[in-house]
Design a protein around this ligand. Structure first.
Ligand code: NAD
Ligand code: FE2
Length: 394
């Protein structure tokens, strides 16, 4: 067996009502003065309000900063960080979707490192250790609560980059599925598709390890079988528990294995055309999965067996063929990627995305089946052309 490493650096507290213990854990972690970055989308959520108020009961002083930026850019970071400089916070608590959790990680770096946000893009050398971050996700998707990534857009170049660093791993993740039962359906679907993409691309990734695959597999099982229960199961806490745990496991797998072409292309689509990240990944994952199966990739058979109601007696080849169909059927059931026309994509835009092969070469090379430039162009056109034609007809 090849040697490998596997890393999880975040203490996890998972369970219904766990948000109530936020104060206790913050105190136990030794923080007495914290900044809370709260997603505007959950500002009125009673469970979250109570959880934040409980900080006081444990003698933790806090200030709340509401974030209304969705998929924030570097300019926003530079503005937002001004509120934190000199405030003396020992820790930042991010409560929200991936945008807010990433913002919290970014602010934790910028409050203590003096350069403009853009100067820390990529994997920066940091002069000072960022503030510790506690992450409370309110979507089941990005896995940001357990990753070292923080994604931001460079609005000038219309590119999604990031401020990524080993210091970004949250010290604590509090995952409370009860919170997710109030998530709107379009947010839940986008986030869930993001996590599904993470589980699939980390599973097939050429850098997968036996342990990352355990995480990818379990993530896929939970995500696929619970996403199928949407929209009906949106308010069902068992469904949300499955999605939340699946998203966490998929994020862990992604950190320890890697992404793939659908993830890479999703950043181009999201950077330029503001398509929400999960919808963007969902636009390509069906075509990438079908491509891999058509080219003879056969490891999807194990995942097929994890789908509730799957026929275990099929041959490996047939399981793989059926698997690609199952992914495409689920995406269709969730209304994906039919949301794309809403973002006003034109055929010129599709040509632009299809032309980003050079930039995406690294992540494309992590797919177990190789893609030439023409192959990627084909995938992009296959995934997006039907929707462009819809716009033209409209
Ligand atoms: N750090 C990582 O490892 C990582 C991984 C994948 C994606 N991302 C990034 O995360 C971002 C996407 O995050 P997301 O999909 O979680 O969505 P999001 O954070 O962008 O939120 C989408 C919308 O839903 C609202 N919202 C969030 N939770 C809610 C709830 N419970 N109830 C009501 N409204 C709610 C938000 O206010 C926002 O308007 C993108 O920028 C993406 O690139 C980060
Ligand atoms: Fe993602």
């Amino acid at each position: 067996m090849k040697s490998f490493k596997f890393k999880v650096k975040t203490h996890l507290e998972f369970g219904n009502g766990k948000i109530r213990n936020l104060g206790e854990w913050t105190k136990k972690s030794g923080y007495h003065k914290v900044g809370v970055i709260l997603d505007k989308g959950v500002e009125k959520n009673k469970m979250i309000q109570d959880g934040i108020r409980a900080l006081k009961d444990h003698d933790v002083e806090y200030v709340i900063f509401v974030n209304s930026a969705v998929e924030p850019d570097y300019d926003f970071l530079d503005e937002f960080k001004k509120k934190f400089i000199g405030a003396g916070f020992e820790c930042l608590i991010g409560i929200g979707g991936g945008s807010t959790l990433d913002l919290t990680k970014g602010i934790a770096t910028l409050v203590i490192n003096p350069g403009p946000a853009l100067s820390y893009r990529g994997f920066p050398e940091l002069e000072h250790v960022p503030l510790p971050v506690i992450a409370v996700p309110t979507t089941a998707g990005t896995g940001s609560e357990v990753t070292y990534n923080a994604v931001f857009t460079n609005s000038q170049e219309k590119k999604k980059l990031g401020i990524n660093s080993e210091y970004n791993y949250p010290v604590l993740a509090v995952i409370d599925p009860m919170i997710l039962t109030e998530c709107p359906i379009s947010v839940a679907v986008s986030a869930g598709c993001d996590a599904l993409v993470h589980s699939l691309e980390s599973y097939v990734n050429v850098n997968h390890t036996p342990v990352s695959r355990m995480f990818s597999r379990e993530a896929f099982k939970l995500l696929y079988n619970n996403l199928r229960k949407l929209p009906g199961g949106l308010h069902d806490v068992d469904v949300q528990s499955g999605l939340a745990l699946g998203a966490y496991l998929a994020g862990t797998a992604l950190m320890n294995s890697g992404a793939g072409p659908a993830g890479g292309l999703s950043y181009v689509l999201g950077g330029v055309y503001k398509v929400p990240h999960g919808f963007a990944g969902a636009t390509f994952i069906g075509a990438v999965t079908t491509w891999n199966v058509q080219k003879g990739y056969r490891d999807y058979g194990d995942l097929y067996d994890l789908i509730e109601g799957a026929d275990a007696n099929q041959s490996t080849q047939e399981k793989n063929r059926l698997f690609a169909g199952c992914i495409n059927d689920l995406l269709k059931q969730l209304g994906m990627p039919d949301v794309i026309p809403g973002y006003g994509l034109t055929s010129k835009d599709v040509d632009y995305i299809a032309g980003q092969y050079e930039m995406l070469k690294g992540v494309i090379a992590m797919n177990p089946v190789s893609f030439s430039m023409e192959d990627i162009q084909g995938i992009v056109h296959q995934a997006l052309d039907p929707y462009v034609h819809q716009i033209v007809r409209a």
